[in-house]
Design a protein around this ligand. Structure first.
Ligand SMILES: [Zn+2]
Length: 139
């Protein structure tokens, strides 16, 4: 199914079936991820099997919503009007404390961003979808 995208609205994520519990929990402002019940590794993005050991059983767990910046890039020119209204904004990968990596928006001054800085989640509605964004913390 294809939807025409309005450049004045936030693009909505593709809700793949394996990740449906993730999207549903975000509506309750809960960040979740998968963990393999065989090898114990954290798994993200959502899978129907474990990419570490090929195990068939993954459980959903609640994240504490904390981690450290693994990499980031600050966008100075938004690709559509809704993003242009937010510039400059930063996106990047967060190394989550539970052992997985999450791509997200990171709020804060571009000058304050650095690999290794601690961040924590908050939730914001973008169109129909509640999404996690991260902010720099003091610790
Ligand atoms: Zn596994």
């Amino acid at each position: 199914m294809t939807h025409a995208r309005d450049p004045n609205e936030f693009p909505q994520p593709y809700r793949l079936p394996d990740a449906e519990p993730y999207w549903q929990e975000l509506e309750r402002e809960r960040l979740t991820y998968q963990r393999c019940t065989n090898c114990g590794e954290a798994v993200w993005p959502a899978h129907s099997f474990c990419p570490h050991c090929d195990g068939p059983s993954l459980s959903w767990e609640k994240s504490r919503g904390r981690g450290a910046i693994y990499s980031f890039s600050t966008v100075m020119r938004g690709p559509t009007p809704v993003w242009a209204a937010l510039v400059p904004y930063t996106v990047g990968f967060i190394q989550m404390d539970e052992g997985y990596v999450l791509f997200t928006q990171i709020e804060g001054s571009p000058e304050a961003m650095a690999v290794g800085k601690r961040v924590e989640v908050r939730y914001t509605r973008r169109g129909a979808q509640m999404l996690p964004v991260f902010s720099l913390t003091q610790s």
